[in-house]
Design a protein around this ligand. Structure first.
Ligand code: ADP
Ligand code: MG
Length: 261
């Protein structure tokens, strides 16, 4: 059975997509079978994995509206399969923005993704879901389908406050919709140890959340930011980059934690 995790944070631009595609590639590189689901109509995770979002034969939109199965809609991008870090992608594009409205009158609308993923559950070790910012019916589909949430966060002044909102959301979804859901961990991203404030916030995080803070830390690294314009995860684009090493460490940590549970 696959471990299904959402990469979520209600803030935009915090590193959700970068975390999702690089963790997917890093897990694949260390031998895990991975499906990445793009739940953001911006389709950045789709493009960043080397798929043209405008040319998808079927997307997560079709899966949510039950006109396509995951096994039909998910593809391994050619460029990735050549690298040894191949993972399957269930892509998204702007069409997905319409799903919000189209699902309003449907029954069990927040459980569509969960339902669909049960059919491919055995084919993967990890299913990673890139969530859009804000709590929408799309994000709810992600949270209903997952066993856990991975929260990428920058160690900034308001980080702890934002985290309280998110843990509250997780608690509510846990209580009402998905009793399996829990906070897996907090991933410090775009980290710069030379900045005293970041060091302080990082210490506060560890004091409050203890083991929930991943040991791996993702540094601010320009190679990770450049990679999407080449349609590749940083881990594949420049395996030697500091950021890529950090994601491989993170993937190992994820596998180790999974085994010890
Ligand atoms: P989100 O999905 O939360 O909106 P993204 O992953 O798209 O966030 O990241 C926002 C921006 O920050 C992007 O331009 C991305 O390339 C950049 N970025 C993300 N992580 C890093 C990092 N570790 N180092 C440098 N730039 C990063
Ligand atoms: Mg994103």
């Amino acid at each position: 059975m696959a471990k299904i995790f959402c990469i979520a944070n209600q803030k935009g631009g915090v590193g959700k997509t970068t975390t999702t595609v690089n963790l997917a590639a890093a897990l694949a590189q260390i031998g895990q079978r991975v499906l990445m689901v793009d739940l953001d109509p911006q389709g950045n995770a789709t493009m960043g994995s080397g798929l043209d979002k405008r040319a998808l034969a079927a997307s997560v939109y079709d899966v949510l509206l039950e006109s396509s199965a995951v096994a039909e809609a998910a593809v391994i991008p050619d460029r990735l399969s050549q690298t040894g870090a191949g993972y399957a992608v269930l892509g998204a594009n702007r069409e997905l923005a319409g799903a919000e409205v189209e699902l309003v009158s449907e029954e069990r609308r927040e459980r569509r993704l969960r339902q669909a993923l049960t059919q491919v559950d055995e084919n993967y070790d990890f299913i990673l879901i890139d969530c859009p910012p804000a709590l929408s019916i799309l994000t709810l589909n992600g949270l209903c389908a997952a066993q856990g949430v991975i929260v990428p966060m920058q160690c900034e002044y308001f980080a702890l406050e934002g985290l309280a909102d998110l843990t509250n959301t997780i608690r509510q979804v846990h209580a009402r919709l998905n009793p399996d859901l829990r906070l897996i961990g907090l991933l410090r991203v775009m980290f710069d140890p030379r900045i005293t404030l970041q060091q302080q916030v990082s210490d506060q995080l560890k004091a409050h959340y203890g083991r929930k803070v991943f040991d791996a830390v993702i540094p601010r690294n320009v190679r990770l930011a450049e990679a999407p314009s080449y349609g590749l995860p940083g881990v594949v684009f420049d395996p030697a980059a500091r950021g890529s090493h950090a994601f491989i460490d993170f993937a190992r940590e994820m596998v180790e934690r999974g085994l010890s549970e």
